[in-house]
Design a protein around this ligand. Sequence first.
Ligand SMILES: [Zn+2]
Length: 69
Amino acid sequence: MDVRLLELLVCPICKGPVQHDREARQLICPADRLAFPVRDGIPVMLENEAQPWAETPPAPPSLAADAHS
Ligand SMILES: [Zn+2]
């Protein structure tokens, strides 16, 4: 995919920058926690096409489960 094209992509909801997840072939808006699909190399930046995105931590939580939240 053209990197310069990606730089122009923003979330259609919050207008914030999106992250390209190459492995999952989707674009992620961390702010909205939404994942936009990439079909045939074309990002589908449509709100009704977005899927809920749950961030997967690299390591299992150990002491992160505190009582503050
Ligand atoms: Zn967003």
